[in-house]
Design a protein around this ligand. Structure first.
Ligand SMILES: Cc1cc2nc3c(=O)[nH]c(=O)nc-3n(C[C@H](O)[C@H](O)[C@H](O)COP(=O)(O)OP(=O)(O)OC[C@H]3O[C@@H](n4cnc5c(N)ncnc54)[C@H](O)[C@@H]3O)c2cc1C
Length: 396
């Protein structure tokens, strides 16, 4: 039996990006006064190969504030331009429907998951925050404390449990918080692709009837692909021989980047929409995918999770300034009000986009192309979409 006879202000279940960012934010915002413990059965889990994130402006500023952006910046590729097309693969010319160009700051930065997690892990280690390698097995609440029984036999008492333990969140289940959602019947295929020509910092979102195909620029003539397809098609792609898969990728990339080759194996992730019925419970707050899972077509899932971490830390610090503990119900209610609305709004937006572009029927194509044409010619509308994508209107 491994004892962790610990009493902390905030116990964080999950050492993924959202959980670690929350730990760093609480430590920094409280000047080290609030004690945190991070618990994860696989704290050094192997990074998912080929997985990359588009980090929006608000999330980048937060990563800077918690002291990790300097380590990330050399390996983060700024996106200066984004092109949106919905041409069919067989069309000889891929007509641009909408294009966004960066003005005062990049539209986003693309980062390898391995780079992001390594920087967060190292910043946490510098502050002596070392995840406990165990899972949360049981919870018991009393008036002033929530007790966590860990899978290694240890126990931790905390004023608040922040559940950042992913979409299947065991802690959320233990807290009795249910979710609502649906399965899209789509799979997100991801991989890293090396190419002959430079991408010039341009990202491409190609809406195809079975789902969008995104090419996101990375450093060193590499791009990350997020290829959403029906589950049946994705299974076929995952089973293809290397040269047949290369041919499929060639058709989707076109000729612009020259010859291409897969730099990591193709990996598939099922795509769901899921939102927790409540983001808080008795001395419990949900953070990141534990609270919400949105369609990846806008690359906003982790961005929302980082915004959650920033907002929860802010509410905890406000409570501490008033002499209240980290599990104060009013502070948690304020956290929930801001963050649930933001997550639901993002869920609805990505769902609508996915439906709108999933149709190849001519009237719907005409209507959406007309709509995109209007947006493309209206600078105020484009500015609105760019500010939303950059997280400027985030409710923190
Ligand atoms: C194809 C695809 C592409 C995407 N692209 C983007 C993008 O470009 N930009 C973006 O912002 N988002 C993107 N997302 C979403 C993003 O991947 C997720 O939102 C993000 O990884 C969630 O991070 P998290 O820290 O909340 O959870 P996770 O990364 O799932 O981490 C959860 C952690 O909890 C731990 N854990 C599990 N069980 C327990 C337990 N019992 N106790 C304690 N800990 C436990 C796990 O070991 C893990 O370390 C994409 C998603 C998909 C599917």
């Amino acid at each position: 039996m491994n004892e962790h006879p610990r009493r902390v202000d905030v116990a964080i279940a999950g050492a993924g990006a959202a959980g670690l960012a929350l730990a760093l934010a609480i430590h920094r915002d409280s000047g080290g006064a609030l004690r945190v413990a991070v618990i994860d059965p696989a704290p050094d889990r192997m990074i998912r190969p080929g997985r990359a994130y588009a980090i929006a402006g608000a999330a980048r500023r937060f990563l800077d504030r918690i002291g990790v952006w300097n380590a990330l910046a050399p390996q983060a590729q700024p996106v200066w331009r984004m092109r949106i097309t919905d041409s069919r693969l067989r069309d000889p010319v891929r007509q641009e429907r909408l294009a966004f160009a960066a003005a005062d700051e990049p539209l986003a930065h693309i980062l390898d998951e391995s780079v992001l997690l390594a920087a967060l892990r190292s910043a946490a280690a510098d502050l002596q925050i070392r995840p406990i390698a165990a899972g949360v097995a049981a919870l018991h609440s009393s008036a002033a404390v929530i007790h966590l029984d860990l899978s290694d036999g240890g126990r931790i008492g905390a004023a608040l449990l922040a559940a950042a333990d992913g979409a299947r969140s065991p802690s959320r289940d233990l807290a009795g918080i249910r979710t609502v959602g649906w399965d899209y019947g789509q799979t997100g295929l991801v991989a890293e692709v090396a190419h002959e020509r430079d991408h010039g910092g341009e990202a491409v979102q190609h809406f195809l009837p079975d789902g969008p195909f995104a090419i996101l620029p990375m450093t060193d003539r590499r791009s990350s692909i997020v290829w959403t397809d029906s589950r049946a098609n994705a299974e076929v792609m995952l089973a293809l021989r290397a040269d047949d898969l290369a041919e499929e990728l060639d058709r989707r990339f076109g000729a612009e980047l020259g010859s291409i080759r897969l730099a990591t194996p193709l990996a598939g992730f099922p795509i769901r929409y899921q939102v927790a019925r409540a983001f808080v419970g008795d001395r419990v707050a949900l953070v990141g995918d534990a609270a919400h899972v949105v369609h990846p077509l806008a690359g906003q899932g982790l961005n929302l999770g980082l915004e959650d971490a920033e907002a929860l830390s802010a509410r905890i610090i406000e409570a501490a300034r008033l002499g209240l503990d980290a599990g104060d119900p009013q502070a948690l209610a304020r956290y929930e009000r801001g963050r649930r609305a933001a997550a639901v709004a993002m869920g609805v937006t990505t769902d609508l986009l996915n439906r709108l572009f999933a149709s190849d029927a001519t009237p719907i194509r005409l209507a959406r192309d007309l709509g995109l044409g209007v947006v493309d010619r209206a600078p105020e509308l484009k500015d609105f979409f760019m500010r939303r994508a950059a997280g400027h209107s985030a409710m923190v």
